[in-house]
Design a protein around this ligand. Structure first.
Ligand code: SF4
Length: 236
């Protein structure tokens, strides 16, 4: 079998000096030796070097989708697009993108939310939301995406909505995703999402630590966020 490195991998050195490889397709992190880390950099320039891997390493990398066969990444993307389109145009699934707050604890210079009032979703809007969902009785399942601002700043609202949907609506949450800056994965929030698992979590990293920290700064302190996000991602 002829393998190549997946487009979905990212290699980096952690703040603790660990050599890591991350695959966003499988959401897996692997710790590498320095030699293997450097060898993977060489493979990025010359994929024929993959032949020098032993079978057990190939098997591990294939299992985690770090190594893929030709077209596998493209086929994966097509499958995902097909799934998204199926959800978008199906009446079976009611897709909701919910913004529990427009507030954010970051101060990214490119933020499209700049100038918007950092309000939380009101109880009145939550009532309207529940009414809206009940009106779509034809739907068999819900697809919910949390979006912001930073949605986890309004965790209590997320919890309230999920609890009310589970207790008051006869449509289960089938797909559950969040777009977050990744800062607030506290134990309380992690516990909640263990009970209400997320299918995908989208966290933005703006390149390596030096670049990311100059862009995705915390609003109050002006400090970067890279180390906190990396730690949270590993914990999660
Ligand atoms: S994390 Fe997102 S919402 Fe917050 S400031 Fe940055 S771009 Fe805006």
């Amino acid at each position: 079998m002829k393998y190549q490195l997946s487009k979905y991998i990212y290699t980096f050195v952690s703040s603790k000096g660990e050599f890591l490889i991350y695959c966003s397709r499988t959401n897996s992190f692997l710790k590498l030796t320095k030699e293997l880390f450097e060898f993977i950099s060489e493979i990025k320039k010359d994929s024929s070097l993959i032949n020098e891997f032993d079978e057990s390493l190939i098997s591990l990398f294939v299992k985690n989708k770090i190594l893929v066969v030709a077209n596998e990444d493209d086929d994966y993307l097509l499958e995902r697009q097909f799934e998204e389109d199926t959800i978008t145009y199906s009446q079976k699934t009611l897709g909701l993108t919910l913004v529990p707050t427009l507030s954010c604890n970051f101060d990214c210079p490119y933020c499209f939310e700049e100038g918007k009032r950092g309000e939380n979703m009101s109880d009145e809007t939550i009532e309207h939301l529940l009414t809206f969902i009940r009106k779509h009785e034809i739907a068999k399942e819900l697809s919910i995406t949390w979006y912001g601002g930073e949605p986890l700043l309004a965790f209590n609202i997320i919890k309230k909505i999920v609890d009310r949907i589970e207790n008051e609506v006869n449509i289960p949450i089938k797909y559950h995703t969040i777009v977050t800056n990744g800062f607030y994965f506290t134990d309380k929030i992690l516990d909640f999402f263990k009970k209400h698992p997320l299918d995908t979590i989208q966290i933005t990293l703006d390149g390596k630590k030096e670049r990311h920290d100059t862009i995705r700064r915390q609003k109050v302190t002006g400090e970067g966020s890279y180390d906190i996000l990396m730690n949270n991602m590993i914990t999660f």
